[in-house]
Design a protein around this ligand. Structure first.
Ligand SMILES: Nc1ncnc2c1ncn2[C@@H]1O[C@H](COP(=O)(O)OP(=O)(O)O)[C@@H](O)[C@H]1O
Ligand SMILES: Nc1nc2c(ncn2[C@H]2C[C@H](O)[C@@H](COP(=O)(O)O)O2)c(=O)[nH]1
Length: 228
């Protein structure tokens, strides 16, 4: 069976593609619940005060979901623990965490990653990374409409988002927990354009077949409605 994790900047299309892919492959989606995250709005209101607390919140939920996914197998996660340090390091680099918080964070992350090493299935099978430019990211953030993510809420978010894109480049290049592939989120509108959606699905299934995974042979879980 197969565990696929999505990655990519804010608003890249991770949750949307997770939904499309889980229906197409007949595998179980795991979504990171954001809108009931009590710390996220606090962070955007006061990043220096809440960066560490938010990161511990995310790390905890991601540890739980990656363990579930690796235990249950044959599912798709819209974001994973592997990007957690990217966000915290970036916030630490811009002075939003004390050295004690950084030290505590990395000790906690190290312990959690060690625990994953003890799992029967230690890593996902495939990382699907959605690349987007700054302009596309902002367009998608506006479209999704979370108030605290908008540039109009805080003008410093422009630098924050541009920095995030700069951090993602080496993160993806250095990612080595599993095979990986990139989707061009600027070019492929898998939400409104059926031809683009099929291109994305074909790119992912071709990669899975290249890895010896044959999605057409997977028995479909009965509790998931498969789209034709
Ligand atoms: N490839 C795409 N083309 C056009 N719109 C997209 C695309 N992917 C996502 N969107 C839209 O952008 C917004 C953010 O998508 P979402 O899946 O929530 O991103 P993420 O989970 O990466 O934050 C949503 O309104 C979604 O409909
Ligand atoms: N400080 C952090 N913020 C994070 C992290 N993961 C996600 N986020 C923020 C970014 C968005 O505002 C929101 C949802 O992210 P999407 O990529 O799903 O749009 O949460 C993190 O680890 N640290």
């Amino acid at each position: 069976m197969t565990v696929i994790v999505l990655s990519g900047p804010i608003g890249a299309g991770k949750s949307s593609l997770t939904s499309i892919l889980s229906k197409y492959l007949g595998t179980k989606p795991f979504y990171e619940s954001v809108d009931d995250n009590p710390v996220l709005p606090l962070f955007y209101a006061d990043p220096k005060k809440y960066a560490f607390l938010l990161q511990v919140y995310f790390l905890n939920t991601r540890f739980h979901s990656i363990k579930d996914a690796l235990t249950q197998d044959n599912n798709i996660l819209d974001r994973s623990i592997y990007e957690d340090a990217l966000f915290f390091q970036m916030n630490a680099d811009i002075g939003r965490a004390t050295s004690e918080e950084v030290d505590t964070y990395y000790k906690l992350l190290h312990n959690m990653m060690n625990e994953l090493e003890r799992m029967p299935k230690k890593n996902p099978d495939l990382l699907v990374h959605i690349n987007v430019s700054y302009d596309t990211m902002i367009k998608r953030i506006k479209k999704r409409g979370r108030p605290y993510e908008q540039l109009s809420y805080d003008s410093t978010l422009e630098d924050y988002y541009k920095r995030l894109l700069r951090y993602y480049k080496p993160w993806y290049e250095n990612y080595d927990y599993s095979p990986k592939m990139e989707i061009d989120g600027d070019k492929l509108d898998f939400m409104a354009n059926p031809a683009d959606k099929q291109i994305v699905l074909d790119q992912i299934t071709d990669k899975l077949k290249e890895m010896g995974k044959r999605p057409e042979d997977w028995e479909k879980p009965t509790d998931i409605q498969i789209e034709a």
